[in-house]
Design a protein around this ligand. Structure first.
Ligand code: URA
Ligand code: ZN
Length: 381
């Protein structure tokens, strides 16, 4: 069965979150962040960081009820979603709890997808999942690899979502090599997603809501984690590893030439890597959650340019953008960023769809790819 031979052009969301009921129950049982607490009028609020601005944010069925996910998909014409647990995953748990909850949540997510609706008349489902690994300090590598194998054996789980902490020392920790190896061998996609941002002292003392940590902190966290992965040689050791970066790679695309130059001029790392740092951007995948056509076009150009550092090919401008677009995939970040006033469709979704539709240099086939075709190939559907 090859989807590409069919004329259907599904809209596929690769960045969409859930707090499964088992996970929400865990958050409700906690008295320190991350936690879900009761608020006025029977409402609930989610606090994911102890020093989070504005006392966290309201949460409701959008975060855990599958019916709400499907309703949101229908409203925006989204055919298929790759659903992942939202941050902070299991980062706050003991090794024993993280191990147990991982296995339960991966089973729950498989069931969430497998018992959901089918897409049109095809063999495809409307819901697929990205599972979890018990990445916490003190866990054994065997327990992490067990979860990789559990995900690989689950028919509707096509990858896993991961934060940036690893087992406490970040993703450039050599102790994770057997994990990368298992993920690569199982052909699972890693969705790398931020949670911590940067030191909150950077945000000053004005109340700017969640704006600075979300708009700037998240993208720097993603850029830092990815730069550390590149510097650690993970992509040299595991060349078939497929990593999808949240929020179009955060700040990394804009800074990749500076990263390359700093490496070239640093005696500690100048001869460590097999390639120029920009080469590694071409090994990555980027969601299209950037909200503007110029940014999407820029990322696609930077991604394709990476080939110059492999084959010596020269920049081709718009042809570069068309080729780089194949590494980019539509996403919504649902249920985050709901509209503040009641509207039919969510601005956060419409804006990303409009951005894809108007990237200078992308033709219809590139846009269709970003809207869905690229996701179907990346996840092997
Ligand atoms: N805020 C979060 O905490 N997580 C997201 O994924 C998006 C917004
Ligand atoms: Zn997200």
């Amino acid at each position: 069965f090859s989807f590409s031979s069919m004329s259907l052009k599904p809209l596929v969301d690769v960045h969409t979150h859930v707090y499964l009921p088992r996970y929400a129950a865990w958050l409700r049982s906690r008295s320190v962040a991350p936690k879900i607490m009761s608020a006025e009028g029977g409402e609930e609020r989610l606090l994911i960081l102890e020093n989070e601005p504005s006392g966290g944010r309201p949460v409701g069925p959008q975060y855990w009820d599958r019916k709400e996910k499907l309703r949101f998909m229908d409203l925006h014409g989204i055919d298929i979603s790759f659903v992942s647990t939202a941050n902070p995953w299991l980062d706050f748990l003991s090794a024993a709890d993280a191990h147990e909850l991982t296995l339960g949540l991966n089973n729950d997510l498989e069931e969430y997808c497998s018992t959901g609706p089918s897409y049109s008349d095809s063999v495809l489902k409307r819901l697929y999942g990205l599972g979890l690994l018990p990445l916490v300090p003190g866990i054994t590598v065997e327990a992490i690899v067990e979860a990789v194998n559990q995900i690989a054996a689950a028919p509707h789980l096509k990858g896993l979502i991961m934060g940036t902490k690893g087992i406490g020392k970040g993703l450039d920790d050599e102790a994770l090599d057997p994990v990368w190896q298992a993920i690569e061998a199982a052909s699972l996609v890693v969705f790398l997603h931020p949670h911590y941002g940067v030191d909150s002292n950077a945000w000053g003392d004005k109340d700017n809501g969640h704006v600075l940590p979300l708009a700037l902190g998240f993208p720097f966290e993603t850029a830092t984690a990815t730069a550390r992965l590149i510097l650690s040689g993970v992509f040299d050791r595991f060349p078939s590893l497929r990593i999808l970066l949240a929020h179009s790679g955060g700040a990394l695309p804009q800074l990749s030439s500076r990263l390359a130059s700093c490496i070239d001029h640093d005696p500690v790392v100048a001869s460590r890597l097999k390639h120029d740092a920009r080469f590694y951007l071409g090994k990555l995948y980027f969601d299209a959650v950037a909200y503007g056509p110029e940014e999407l076009g820029f990322v696609s150009e930077v991604v394709s340019r990476s080939k110059r550092f492999e084959t010596g090919s020269t920049i081709k401008g718009e042809a570069d953008r068309r080729e780089g677009s194949q590494r980019m995939l539509f996403g919504t970040d649902h249920p985050f960023f709901p509209p503040l006033t009641s509207t039919e469709k969510w601005k956060s979704v419409v804006e990303n769809l409009e951005a894809i539709a108007s990237v200078p240099g992308w033709g219809e086939s590139e846009k269709d790819g970003v809207r869905g075709g690229n996701a179907l190939s990346l996840f092997g559907l």
